[in-house]
Design a protein around this ligand. Structure first.
Ligand code: CA
Length: 765
């Protein structure tokens, strides 16, 4: 309990955050990724105006209520500023409501109030929009679960503020004596109990002149209270006095009483908008300053600046999710509404994450930069959901969602524990992991679909009505390796963990040496006929055999052996990039956006826009041709990430595609997170300084680095020559001085001896 109180004091009084000399928020462009549609994703993000790991985000809304594409760059009309919890347009939103300002005759519905707008400021801590026709400036600055709004206009005319509590069940009550609106929005996209509600409060600084309520047909009521499928409220000011209309907004998933606690704690009634904004900026800078970048100096200055924008914008994206759903009661104790059983319970709860994406690089980034947060995150995103629902999540938003595959919670739990971040109930987490290995869950994404066949045969056959059977086999295999390593660390008995050690080789069961690809296999043991390596879906998940053949994260040497040695492996790797981006998408019936995104990047069958292949560029290191990793990683850093609205080459996915950039631009990437190794690529900057929370520093000096010098000529660590193709997490966190010497030409001798090869299970089991 005491711990929570201390945390609360540190978190909320703002004094804790050291003054940083430099403003890093100026490099963050929250609009990157927003130029997206159903058909083509350039990130599928919206500008989240929020604190790092905020409970509530705010975003300009241009799309229709219920449409996952909340804000899209090309859509010109603004319908409001929305409180959102959406992790992805494919998953959609929950507990959303919005605020909009108009002048003149009161019109409340989205299509009526939609207005031409001009984004004036879009920063994580501050959004300012000009509503062009009404000449109103609307601004918002966030706190953890609240927001401060400011409305100003040079024109002295009537101002309407419209509150839209959205469809699927909402209610409104205007308390005129308190200048306050109490609302409830129940909209969600599944994965919540019946009693799910977002309780919001909007408190105006000065009394309004008139008010009313409205319903989804646009009908206005002279009532102070209304509920129904879709209701809203409006308040009007005859003119703006004191220069601006300010209001504070907060919400809670627990109650209006708790929303009021959140509001008054985070934004005291007498606090100015400017102070809220300054606090939010300080909190962002406190995080972003943990990694200081010096870009390479190029004659083309835009290149240097854009790289700063790309890095700090990716940093911003990587620390938005997972979302804490817990709140702090009047005593500062963590409590949460459980999206699993509908109860109000003690302790942390995190959500809005798809582990199929984020286990790869987001959680490794946290284990490196935020080890002190990992205990609470694992307790809140794994242990408590398991206690409350009986299952570990794989995709939560806010409760279990039936999306994607795998059992990747095991990787996240094992990685944190093995990296020494252990402030969570590991025994319960371990039992939950074991339960997954012998059960299917209530949803396809929970537990392990096809576990019986997998456990009996060592693979999931394609002909037993379990879809995406090879992808599942490969992911369970890596997850079993994670369980084996975690069990070993926990001193679990050999007869309990050896089975997982054996299953760590199950990838061999779906490999067909006659084609050197992973391939569907029948229950009888025959490979699927009519094999096309470019067939998406079927036995794979959002990818083809070109992408999944490499999903053996913990045993690349084992894969090299299957392919007949390093030469064959290299030839196969090379052919990813030289094979035209053909595809068979008959499984879906249409060309899914991930396929189009693969075609557009013009890297053959390489599909950086989706997760299964995002580690693959680093695999040349295992076959002693590290220069190929270096040139390809640098190409992706320079060409597939941008500083504008179209800056990603596919779904960003809750920090994963951004975390790839963060690691890769620093010069290394966690191919198999649970092994603790980071594979070396091609550092992008002149200098990187990482401040670890244990007080240690990692300094990366990249000599002779520029746009063309993408190859490592030599490398030293703490002043000594270094010829390995990887760094160890254990050593990095003790502080490290890394000196890359870069060159325009490959050095075929560097990183190319047997001692250079990173860990594989087949070598050191
Ligand atoms: Ca994806």
């Amino acid at each position: 309990m005491k711990r929570f109180v201390v945390f609360f004091l540190i978190f909320f009084n703002g004094l804790f955050f050291a003054q940083s000399e430099k403003d890093f928020t100026k490099y963050v462009n929250p609009l990157i990724g927003s130029d997206s549609s159903h058909e083509l994703s350039k990130g599928n993000t919206y500008p989240a105006i929020a604190l790092p790991w905020g409970m509530n985000f705010w975003t300009p809304q241009t799309g229709k209520m219920g449409d996952g594409w909340i804000y899209t760059h090309k859509n010109s009309g603004l319908v409001g500023i929305r409180q959102t919890h959406q992790p992805s347009p494919w998953i959609n939103d929950y507990g959303a409501f919005s605020v909009m300002a108009t002048t003149g005759t009161l019109k409340v519905l989205e299509k009526q109030r939609k207005a031409n707008y001009h984004n004036q400021i879009v920063k994580p801590h501050h959004y300012k929009v000009k509503l062009v026709d009404s000449d109103i400036d609307l601004e918002v600055s966030p706190t953890r679960s609240s927001a401060h709004f400011k409305l100003s206009s040079p024109a002295q005319k009537k101002i309407n503020i419209i509150i839209d509590a959205f469809f699927k069940g909402s209610s409104i009550e205007i308390k005129t004596e308190k200048n306050t609106i109490y609302g409830v929005s129940k909209n969600n996209s599944g994965g919540v109990p019946e009693n799910f509600s977002n309780y919001f409060i909007i408190e105006f600084k000065t009394p309004f002149n008139s008010y009313g309520t409205w319903d989804g047909s646009g009908k206005l009521f002279q009532k102070y209270k209304l509920n129904g499928d879709h209701v809203g409220a409006h308040v009007s000011y005859d003119s703006i006095t004191d220069g601006a209309i300010e209001f504070r907004v907060s919400s809670s998933f627990i109650s209006h009483e708790q929303a009021l606690i959140n509001l008054n704690r985070e934004i005291p009634a007498d606090q100015s908008f400017e102070a809220t904004k300054a606090n939010a900026k300080k909190i962002w800078n406190n995080e972003l300053s943990k990694i200081k970048i010096t870009p390479v100096v190029e004659t083309e200055k835009k290149y240097s600046y854009d790289n700063m924008v790309k890095f700090y914008s990716c940093f911003y994206r990587t620390i938005l999710f997972p979302r804490p759903l817990h709140e702090y009661d009047i005593e500062g104790k963590q409590i949460h509404y459980s999206p699993y059983n509908g109860e109000i319970l003690n302790g942390p709860l995190y959500t809005d994450n798809g582990f199929w994406d984020t286990f790869r690089a987001v959680f490794p980034f946290y284990n490196l930069l935020y080890p002190e947060k990992m205990g609470e995150i694992i307790q809140g995103i794994m242990v408590n959901p398991y206690k409350e629902s009986g299952w570990l999540p794989e995709w939560s938003s806010p409760g279990h969602r039936d999306c994607m595959i795998g059992s990747n919670s095991a990787s996240i739990i094992a990685e944190a524990y093995l990296k020494g971040n252990r402030d969570f109930d590991v025994e319960t987490a371990y039992q939950a992991i074991l339960k997954n290995t012998i059960n299917e869950g209530p949803l396809g994404s929970v537990g392990r679909k096809g576990f019986k066949a997998y456990n009996a045969l060592g693979y999931i056959p394609f002909d037993i009505k379990v879809n995406e059977s090879v992808a599942r086999t490969l992911e369970y295999t890596y997850n079993d390796y994670c369980i084996y390593k975690l069990g070993e660390k926990l001193n679990k008995p050999a007869d309990e963990i050896n089975i997982f050690k054996e299953r760590s080789y199950n990838f061999k069961n779906v490999f067909d040496p006659s084609v050197n690809f992973m391939r569907g296999k029948s229950e009888k043991g025959d490979f699927e006929s009519k094999f096309r390596p470019d067939k998406w879906g079927g036995v794979f998940t959002e990818g083809s055999s070109w992408h999944y053949t490499w999903s053996v994260l913990h045993d690349i040497q084992g894969l090299i052996d299957l392919m007949g040695g390093k030469e064959n492996f290299i030839a196969k790797m090379d052919s990813i990039f030289t094979t035209p981006p053909t595809s068979d998408f008959s499984y879906y019936g249409f060309k899914i956006h991930e396929i189009l995104e693969m075609e557009l990047i013009e890297m053959g069958q390489y599909a950086h826009g989706n997760q299964p292949i995002q580690h693959v560029l680093y695999l040349y290191n295992y076959a002693l041709q590290p220069w190929k990793t270096q040139e390809k990683v640098r190409y992706v850093l320079d060409n597939l990430y941008g500083s504008q609205e179209d800056g990603y080459c596919g779904d960003e996915d809750n920090g994963q595609t951004s975390a790839w950039f963060l690691f890769s631009s620093m010069g290394f990437y966690p191919v198999a997170p649970v092994t603790g190794q980071y594979l070396i690529g091609s550092p992008l900057f002149e200098k990187v300084e990482i401040s670890l929370t244990n007080g240690q520093n990692v300094t990366i000096n990249n000599h002779n680095n520029n746009k063309e010098s993408v190859y490592i000529d030599k490398l030293s660590v703490d002043g000594k020559p270094y010829n390995k193709n990887w760094f160890d997490h254990d050593k990095i966190i003790k502080g490290m001085e890394i000196d890359f010497h870069m060159s325009n030409n490959p050095n075929y001798n560097w990183g190319s001896t047997e001692e250079s090869i990173p860990y594989s299970m087949s070598e050191k089991n």
